[in-house]
Write a protein that binds this ligand. Structure first.
Ligand SMILES: [Zn+2]
Length: 161
């Protein structure tokens, strides 16, 4: 039971699979609690997203306001626009990943966060400390990096079948 169809789950939910593939996943779901959980998470997340957007209603003058603010922005600096766009694209990518991979994504995200924090910690220490302390921090950080890398690999392996 290690052949989890995790990558087809989203398409399964959207009824985009052919009959054969769909039946294969049906059979798998009957005997695999992990994938049933994954499917439930996926459905949960979708209904939450649908609920959220279902309650949103655009004000009638939204388009005019957006156009007016775009014109103002264009008249100001273009650098500012791109510095807003980059994190927005990042957030959108995170949201898409979250929808596709659910629980696995959050595990991955926490590990990536660990990486970033470790890196920040190392850099701040490198910038301002005594060589002796510095070395031990470096060794400790390398240890954390290795452990994070190993668990990242384990999660990736369990996510891909
Ligand atoms: Zn499974």
């Amino acid at each position: 039971m290690n052949d989890h169809p995790t990558e087809s789950m989203s398409a399964y939910l959207d009824e985009e699979l052919d009959k054969e593939e769909r039946m294969r996943i049906d059979r798998h779901l009957l005997q695999c609690e992990i994938c049933r959980g994954l499917l439930a998470d996926l459905m949960d997340m979708r209904s939450q997203v649908a609920d959220f957007y279902g309650h949103l209603e655009a004000p009638p003058d939204l388009e005019l306001k957006v156009l007016a603010s775009l014109e103002r922005k264009a008249a100001a600096t273009t650098i500012h626009a791109s510095s807003v766009a980059v994190p927005l694209v990042g957030l959108a990518a995170l949201a898409v990943l979250a929808c596709l991979y659910g629980a696995t994504f959050f595990k991955l995200f926490s590990i990536v966060l660990q990486f970033v924090l470790t890196a920040a910690y190392v850099i701040s220490n490198v910038a301002s400390s005594i060589p002796g302390v510095w070395g031990s921090v470096l060794v400790l950080s390398a240890g954390i990096f290795v452990v994070s890398g190993l668990s990242l690999r384990r999660i990736l392996r369990s996510a891909a079948h």
